[in-house]
Design a binder for this molecule. Sequence first.
Ligand SMILES: [Zn+2]
Length: 309
Amino acid sequence: MHFNFNKHLLLFTCLLVSNFSFSQSIDSQQLLKHLEFLSSDALAGRKPLSEGSMEARKYILNELTGLENVQALYPDFIQQFSFSARNQTKYEDAANLVAFIPGSSSKKVIVVTAHYDHVGIGKPDAAGDSIYNGADDNASGTAALLMLADYFSKNRPEHSMMFVALDAEELGLRGAKALVADFPYPLEQILLNINMDMISRSEKNELYASGTHFYPYLKPILEKAATGSAAILRFGHDVPGTGREDWTNQSDQGAFFEKKVPHLYFGVEDHEDYHRPSDEFKNIHPTFYTNAANLILKCVLALDAELTD
Ligand SMILES: [Zn+2]
C-alpha cells in the first residue's frame, strides 16, 4: 500500500515536471524550416564566399538581428577574416556571424557555435547529384543555433551568451580559429564553448556530448538535464589517443580547446551520407532532430543555471 502510494506520487511528480519542461522547448516546425532552407539546392552547399554562402549569411543575419535584446560585437554583426587554404587558395572576407545577448548576473560568457559552411559543389554521385547540401553537416547545428538564440532572446540567461554561426569549418576550423584570435573579451571570460555539428539523424536515437573527459564537472549537470529526454544523451568520443574516435579536434570546439577554453561538443556518429550529395533534407530524422535540439536546450539551461564563475 505504502509502495503504491509512492508510485502514484512519483507519477504525479513526473507529470508536473514534464508539463513544466514543455514550456522550455523549441518550435519544431521553425527548426525544420531553417534546416530545409539552409540545405536547399539554391544554396549550392554553402562553400565559403560562394553565392550560396552569401544567401546563407543573409538568412542567418536576418534571423539573428531580428531578435530582441541582441547586440552587435562586430560591425553589422559580422566578424570578417581571411585565410589561405591548404591548396593556397586565398579566401578574403570569410565571415562569422555573431549575436550577443547580455546575461542578467554573470560576467562570464557562454559561446554557442555551429558552422554554416559546407563543401559546395563537387564530384557527382551515382545519381548524378553534385550538390553537397550539408543538411546534417551542418545546416542542422546552424538551425538549432538560430532557435537557441531566439529562445534566450526571450528568456534572459544568467550568463551572457554569444551565438556564432561560423564560416569555413570544412577548410580547417578557420572561422573558430579567427574567432578565438580576435575575441572581443579576454578568453578567460569564456565560461564554456558549446558547439553543435551534425545533430539531425541517428538510427540509435543517440546524441553525444563530447568533452567531459577533460571537464568532468560538466557531466552530472548534463546527466540531470537529460533525464526524461526523448533523445538519449551519450558521453565519449573525447579520449586522447583514440584516433578518429576522438572528436575533440574534428570540429570547431578544437579551436577553443587549443586555447584552453572549456568546451562541449554535441553531435552524432558518422552516417552513410556523411560528406556526400545525399546529406540532404529528405534524409534527416525530423523527430530525432527536434528531440536532440530540445535536449541541447535543456543542457544549456542547466549549465547556465548551475555553473558559477
Ligand atoms: Zn561539420
